[in-house]
Write a new protein. Structure first.
Length: 331
């Protein structure tokens, strides 16, 4: 075996939350062949698999992950005209920088978003009214036909698990929706490569826009603490419900009734005066209501309690069910 399989590796240091127990098995893979070898190892040993990118947007259990964690670090990168071909393990921040350097526009909004290209596509990451679905042309994956998955991972049975070849998805086939895609819904796909279609741009103008986006991010988000990013998706409500909220709350962040009727999740937390609420080492950010931060030695259990508290109070007070944007691993 050419790949190195490590045992009992702390996942906390591999996540932006800095929370999580041990991965029973762990490996870092830099190309498709290494990914295949890791999957083959999991198949032979009947291990659940979790594919890790930059470690953002996830909460890992205090008990860790009882299977194989594969961290993707495939770094392929190339530009032809206005199209970028990039590996799933490539840093999103580096992609933004390289695109701008080559006078390509369309990814400036992603400046400051942590994680990898594969993770950004899987979650249809977005900001400032734009998202990955606006730039993705094609996604290439390794397909696995699994047994029913364990929580937070994909089972690879020796009998039923099958490693397929590279399969391509067009933008439409990715089934992108708000903070979602076919890759997030279906754990049998591992993103190994993507082709992004950008526009011809001007480096100076792009850097100016990036500086503004980074300034806003620093002002509004608790970047001084470890976090997973936004905890909840911004809920979409019916027109009638939106009108009721606008009429009842003078400080409501939306003043006009127009589709798609999406409300910032953080507003509900702020209205309930929950900012600063602390359980153990986890705290609802005092700067942004949709962030839970690790103030030091936070446990996943602390975060779960805060998430449950927010969801219950928002449901009881506003009649709205918040849905997590983060993914639970190992629960």
């Amino acid at each position: 075996m050419s790949i190195e399989i490590q045992q009992n590796i702390s996942l906390a240091k591999y996540t932006t939350f800095k929370i999580g127990g041990l991965a029973k098995y762990f490996c870092v893979e830099k190309n498709v062949e290494e990914i295949r070898e890791a999957l083959d190892y999991a198949k032979k040993n009947q291990l659940a698999v979790f594919v890790l990118g930059g470690g953002s947007n996830i909460l890992v259990s205090d008990q860790g992950f009882d299977g194989l964690v594969i961290q993707l670090r495939n770094q392929e990168f190339g530009i032809r005209n206005n199209k970028v071909s990039v590996g799933g393990g490539f840093s999103l921040a580096k992609l933004v920088s390289e695109s701008v350097k080559n006078n390509l526009a369309g990814l400036e909004w992603a400046a400051g978003i942590p994680g990898t290209v594969g993770g950004a596509i899987c979650n249809n990451a977005g900001a400032h009214g734009k998202s990955m679905e606006d730039v993705v042309e094609k996604v290439e994956i390794i397909e696995i036909t699994p047994q029913p998955p364990l929580s937070g991972g994909t089972n690879l049975s020796p009998d039923k698990g099958r490693l397929g070849g590279i399969k391509s998805f067009t933008n439409q086939e990715c089934n992108f929706s708000y903070r979602n895609s076919i890759f997030k819904l279906n754990k049998k796909y591992i993103i190994v490569q993507a082709t992004l279609k950008l526009a011809k741009g001007d480096e100076t103008e792009s850097r100016k826009n990036i500086a503004e986006y980074l300034k806003l991010r620093k002002e509004k988000q608790p970047l001084e603490y470890p976090s997973a990013g936004s905890i909840f998706k911004n809920p979409k409500v019916e027109e009638k419900k939106l009108k009721q909220l606008i009429e009842k709350y003078s400080e409501f962040p939306i003043k006009e009734v127009q589709p798609p009727y999406i409300i910032p999740a953080g507003w509900f937390v702020e209205e309930l005066d929950l900012k600063g609420k602390k359980i153990g080492g986890a705290m609802i950010s005092e700067k942004h209501g949709n962030f839970i931060v690790n103030t030091g030695n936070a446990k996943a259990e602390d975060v779960i309690i805060l998430i449950s508290l927010i969801k219950q109070k928002v449901r009881d007070t506003f009649g709205i069910q918040l849905e997590e944007e983060i993914e639970y691993i190992g629960f």
